[in-house]
Write a protein that binds this ligand. Structure first.
Ligand SMILES: Cc1cc2nc3c(=O)[nH]c(=O)nc-3n(C[C@H](O)[C@H](O)[C@H](O)COP(=O)(O)OP(=O)(O)OC[C@H]3O[C@@H](n4cnc5c(N)ncnc54)[C@H](O)[C@@H]3O)c2cc1C
Length: 347
């Protein structure tokens, strides 16, 4: 029989990790279940991106930020199950949640926080014959390191923020960056598109798609492009191809028929800013939840996490306070506090 947890958090991304930190602050026995082998969530998809928009945090690389949120999330030693996919949720006779995972295990919990973000998320692959053999060579769906791109000619396919952000990241490192997009207009932030258009080392081509990858066994050497308006074909030399065609979201898990989670706009779960969903005992934080004014960004995930944990705490202990707790004097902080104070006093 599995141990009973106060709260089980599905997903070890920013929302799940901050929920784990906060539920530790609130003395809740906590478990995190994460499908991927590593904690960090979507931030692991952009290790080389500089993140500028987290309050009070100087610009920081995704990779470092992921490390920091993991460290913070583990402050209160939650039980962590990685490589574990939640498949099914039901209730048992004791009115506890039973969470079944793909490996046949069952996890019992008083409450659940869904922090499963975009669900099981994978980059949309190029639908071109033979493209898979170039993965891990010079066809990329994320940019794990900038080094291979130094002084190289890079073709980026995609017109959204990710494609344009990557183009900016690579300019100054790569020799040349060409961005193609199948539609009339790039959908990324206007100012970033304009900046890219005016850069001498970049070219932006709209109405353009990849038709064929031409190369040997090791790598792509050339790409055949099609201008879908003029029907003109064009073959260009490339050193690397980066594809930013968005992500496939695979629905995370199913529920037994007596549990009901209402959806909003198809994918997201309908909730409120207190992290409550339509199902009592199941709370939600981060990208997975939708309510009026919801911000699908890191800062939004952190605020949601605090509210979801407070709501879960009140659910399992109706006498507990629902307000946010600000404490710098938790036992777990003692050692770090002393280290910082010693450093400050130079002793
Ligand atoms: C390319 C890119 C760049 C971005 N840049 C910025 C930026 O600069 N600033 C900013 O504020 N935001 C940025 N964002 C958005 C930010 O990353 C998200 O808002 C944030 O990651 C949401 O956190 P989350 O924990 O809700 O979800 P996620 O980060 O998606 O984490 C959810 C986790 O749940 C796991 N999971 C899902 N289903 C299951 C299951 N059934 N069982 C077990 N585990 C499961 C997933 O594997 C995943 O690890 C960016 C996003 C992308 C894609």
């Amino acid at each position: 029989m599995s141990d009973l947890y106060d709260v089980t958090i599905i997903g070890g991304g920013p929302a799940g990790l901050y929920s784990a930190f906060y539920s530790g602050l609130r003395n809740m026995k906590t478990k995190i279940i994460e499908y991927q082998p590593e904690l960090g969530g979507k931030v692991l998809l952009y290790p080389e991106k500089l993140i500028w928009d987290v309050g009070g945090q100087p610009p920081i690389l995704g990779e470092k930020f992921a490390k920091q949120i993991v460290e913070q999330g583990l402050t209160f030693d939650p039980c962590v199950c990685t490589n574990t996919k939640v498949d099914f949720i039901e209730k048992n006779q004791e009115d506890n949640f039973v969470i079944s995972t793909h490996d046949g295990e069952q996890h019992i919990s008083n409450s659940i926080i869904m922090a499963n973000g975009g669900g099981i998320i994978n980059p949309t692959r190029l639908d071109i014959e033979g493209s898979s053999k170039y993965e891990n060579q010079n066809l990329h769906y994320t940019i794990p390191s900038l080094k291979p791109f130094y002084q190289q000619k890079v073709l980026i396919s995609g017109g959204g923020d990710t494609a344009i952000d990557w183009a900016h990241e690579l300019l100054g490192i790569a020799k040349e960056v060409i961005v193609i997009y199948r539609k009339d207009n790039f959908t990324a932030h206007e100012a970033n598109v304009t900046k890219l258009m005016n850069h001498p080392d970049s070219t932006l081509l709209n109405n353009t798609t990849i038709q064929k990858l031409i190369g040997d066994r090791q790598s792509i050497k050339q790409v055949q492009l099609l201008n879908e308006q003029s029907n003109e074909m064009n073959v260009i030399d490339v050193d690397h191809v980066v594809v930013a065609h968005g992500y496939n979201q695979e629905d995370s898990f199913n529920l037994s028929t007596d549990l009901e989670l209402e959806r909003k706009d198809g994918y997201f779960y309908k909730g409120n800013s207190f992290g409550c969903t339509s199902q009592e005992g199941i709370f939600a934080a981060g990208d997975i939840i939708a309510y009026e004014g919801k911000v699908h960004l890191l800062v939004g995930a952190f605020q949601d996490a605090v509210n979801a944990v407070n709501s879960a705490k009140s659910y399992i202990d109706p006498n507990a306070t629902h307000s946010a707790i600000v404490s710098s004097h938790n036992e777990r902080f003692k050692e770090k506090n002393q280290e910082i104070i010693k450093d400050m006093l130079n002793i």
